[in-house]
Design a protein. Structure first.
Length: 309
């Protein structure tokens, strides 16, 4: 377990961004190891409520008892893309005061070799956020066509050498199944022949396959759309991203939701249903040098905040 495992990223900006009310209702849509949830709960009074969601059974099992035993706290195992369903079941649609989404893979997931997320630790090539559902990365790689693989690497990893890597993977699997993270990392390294890069040659390939396997971008788009529906007026939406694909989606969503519908833009009288649903709060927040020194995961983190109109 790394020293970063329980360190919540951009904690102070998140707490300030949520503008927490002691008696409010808040949602941590990506519980992880509960770092943000723990601090949010500290700011809630007796009437406050915090609902957390995570699809990783390991995250649910590792939730500390002081959180799960707190009557103000509820932890749900499920996908954040089911947000509206979870909130509707609790009769809280339109009553949520703040939502937090801390995207991407968590430090404990990366640190556990058996989960197959990291090219730095040899383990089964799995990569599923919920290992009880979906298809492991190794099974997908065993059958995916070269053209589709090239598309996935280029779209979700922004990998310039997608064609060369896809061809190398297809050739390698013909000789032996690619079932381990170290195997895939070696194939990518040999294919890219990268020189002088700051990141590991396999970084973008692993990112691309993980995002595709877990449908992360589709999940994100659903979460954002549903967040507006469940929040009350004045509620805050805080989203932490870790790469440009996520950040572009969040930035575009918040920007579009903060404007009138195009056909009414600039007009004095805009029907209610076409008025902006969000108001942007400041610019994107990044980690300070001190936080990055204490927690390397924070170096690529970017927080965007919006308020419900």
């Amino acid at each position: 377990m790394s020293s970063n495992a329980h360190v919540p990223v951009l904690l102070r900006p998140v707490l300030e961004g949520l503008n927490i009310k002691p008696d409010g209702c808040y949602v941590d849509g990506t519980f992880g190891r509960g770092g943000h949830s723990r601090e949010i709960l500290k700011q809630l009074g007796r009437e406050g409520r915090l609902i957390a969601v995570d699809r990783d059974p390991d995250a649910i099992a590792a939730a500390p008892e002081f959180l799960t035993a707190d009557p103000r706290f509820e932890l749900i195992r499920g996908e954040s893309a089911q947000l509206e369903t979870f909130i509707d079941e609790r009769k809280l649609v339109g009553k949520v005061d703040g939502l937090l989404f801390d995207l991407g893979v968590s430090s404990p997931q990366l640190d556990e070799a058996a989960r197959g997320f990291s090219f730095l630790r040899d383990g089964p090539l799995d990569m599923r956020m919920d290992p009880e559902t979906g298809t492991p990365a190794s099974e997908w790689l065993a059958t995916v066509g070269e053209k589709e693989l090239r598309y996935v690497l280029r779209k979700y990893g922004e990998e310039k050498n997608a064609a060369r890597i896809a061809r190398a993977i297809v050739e390698a699997r013909a000789a032996a199944p690619i079932s381990r993270t170290a195997q895939l990392a070696r194939v990518v390294e040999d294919a890219r022949l990268a020189r002088g890069e700051k990141i590991h040659p396999a970084t973008r390939t692993f990112q691309a396959i993980r995002i595709f396997i877990n449908r992360e971008l589709e999940q994100l788009e659903a979460m954002l759309e549903q967040s507006v529906k469940v929040m009350r007026r004045g509620a805050r939406l805080c989203v932490i991203t870790f790469h440009s694909l996520e950040d572009r989606i969040v930035k575009r969503f918040m920007r579009d939701a903060s404007r009138e519908a195009e056909q009414y833009r600039g007009m004095p009288d805009v029907p209610q249903e076409f008025r902006p649903t969000l108001r942007l709060i400041g610019k994107a927040v990044t980690a300070t040098g001190d936080e990055i020194a204490a927690n390397r995961r924070a170096r690529s983190a970017r927080l965007r905040i919006a308020e419900r109109n």
